[in-house]
Design a protein around this ligand. Structure first.
Ligand SMILES: [Zn+2]
Length: 338
C-alpha cells in the first residue's frame, strides 16, 4: 500500500466533448483545485480548439497563482479513438481535421512536462475505478451516454484499450432498424438511441404536435438540444419520458449482450443529464435480467456513475499520475515525485 504526497506537484486535466471542454488543475491525489468549462466546436480543428483550451488552462493557473513549471503532467480525454502510445487520434469520425494530429507535441510547446491522451470514455472508466470505487471491483463496464454512446472496460483491474485503442466502441452495435448512422451502416445503436437521434425524434414529434412543451422551445429558439429533453423530463412531459425510455431499452439490450460476453461484476452508467438516470437504469436492468444468463447476473450490480460529470476530469488526472509513475519506474529516475 502506498499514498501520494498530494503536494508533490500539479496536473492539468482536460475532458473534451464535441461542444465543450472541461478543464481542471488537480493535485497529485487527483483533487480538483480549480476548474472551468469552455465552449468549443470540435469541427474547428485541433489548433483552434486546443488554443482555446490552453487559454482556459493558463487562466486557472493564474487563479491559483501557479507557475506553469508547477505542472508535472497533462491528461487529455478526447471523444474518439486514440493510439495511446503516440497520443494521436485515429480516424475520429466526429472530429474532422484531427486524424493523427500530434496533441502531445502541441502541449510540449507550452509545458515542460509529459502529456497523455486517451479516449474520453476510457478516462471516465479509469476515474470511476480508481477514485470512485477505490479499486473495490475488478471487472467493470462504464457506459457513457451523451451525443454518442461508448463503454470503458476495466478488466481484471486494468483499463482494457484493445489492440488499437478502440475497445468499447458500442455505439455501432447493430440493434436493427433502418436508421442510417454517420458511420455509413444502418441500425447502429448510436443512430437510434444516441443524443443526436433523440433530439431529431423530439423535433419531429414536437412539430407533429405531440409535445406542447418542446414545440414551445422549438418556436422560441429554433432548435432543440438534449438539455431541453432533460428539462422536459423534470416537467413530466410524456413525450420526453417516452423518448428516453425507448432509447434506454435499446441501450439495455446491447448491455445485456456485453454482460453475456464479458461477465462484469459492476456496470456504471453515466448519463449526460441526471434526469435520464433512473429511466436509463431501469431499462438497462430490465434488458440485462431478461436477456442475460443467470450465471452472468448472479453477482452483477448496475449502478449510477459515482463521480458524475467529474469522472472524466478525475480520470484524466489519475491516468496521468499512473503514467508518470510507470515512466519513472521505467527510467529509474525522478522517483522523487512520489
Ligand atoms: Zn454506426
Amino acid at each position: 500500500m502506498y499514498a501520494f504526497n498530494p503536494d508533490a506537484g500539479y496536473l492539468v486535466s482536460i475532458d473534451m466533448d464535441t461542444e465543450n471542454a472541461k478543464v481542471a488543475i488537480t493535485d497529485f491525489d487527483c483533487n480538483i483545485k480549480a476548474h472551468s468549462n469552455c465552449l468549443i466546436d470540435i469541427n474547428d480543428g485541433p489548433e483552434k480548439v486546443l488554443d482555446r483550451i490552453k487559454e482556459a488552462v493558463f487562466e486557472l493557473l493564474a487563479e491559483l497563482r501557479l507557475d506553469p513549471d508547477a505542472v508535472k503532467g497533462i491528461g487529455v480525454g478526447i471523444p474518439g479513438p486514440v493510439e495511446f502510445a503516440s497520443g494521436m487520434p485515429i480516424s475520429p469520425t466526429i472530429m474532422p481535421g484531427w486524424d493523427r494530429y500530434p496533441i502531445k507535441e502541441y502541449w510540449a510547446r507550452y509545458f515542460n512536462c509529459p502529456s497523455y491522451i486517451d479516449n474520453d470514455v476510457n478516462i471516465m472508466a479509469l476515474g470511476e475505478y480508481a477514485k470512485g470505487l477505490k479499486f473495490q471491483a475488478n471487472n467493470v463496464i462504464y457506459i457513457k451516454t451523451a451525443a454518442g454512446i461508448g463503454a470503458g472496460i476495466i478488466c481484471d483491474g486494468n483499463l482494457y484499450r484493445g489492440s488499437n485503442g478502440s475497445a468499447g466502441d458500442i455505439g455501432h452495435f447493430d440493434v436493427g432498424g433502418d436508421v442510417i448512422c454517420w458511420c455509413g451502416n444502418r441500425g447502429c445503436l448510436e443512430a437510434s438511441a444516441g443524443g443526436k437521434a433523440i433530439v431529431a425524434k423530439a423535433r419531429e414529434s414536437a412539430l407533429a404536435g405531440k409535445s406542447e412543451f418542446l414545440l414551445g422551445i422549438l418556436e422560441k429558439k429554433g432548435e432543440l438540444h438534449l438539455e431541453d429533453i432533460a428539462l422536459g423530463m423534470q416537467r413530466q412531459d410524456s413525450l420526453c419520458a417516452e423518448l428516453i425510455r425507448e432509447s434506454s431499452v435499446l441501450i439495455g439490450r446491447v448491455i445485456a449482450s456485453i454482460v453475456n460476453f464479458f461477465n462484469p461484476e459492476l456496470i456504471l452508467v453515466g448519463a449526460s443529464y441526471s434526469e435520464f438516470d433512473d429511466t436509463l437504469l431501469a431499462a438497462i436492468r430490465q434488458g440485462v435480467y431478461q436477456r442475460s444468463l443467470p450465471l452472468s447476473t448472479r453477482n452483477l450490480s448496475i449502478q449510477k456513475s459515482i463521480l458524475g460529470n467529474q469522472a472524466g476530469l478525475i480520470g484524466a488526472a489519475y491516468m496521468t499520475l499512473e503514467q508518470l509513475i510507470l515512466n519513472s519506474i521505467n527510467d529509474q529516475e525522478d522517483v522523487a515525485i512520489l
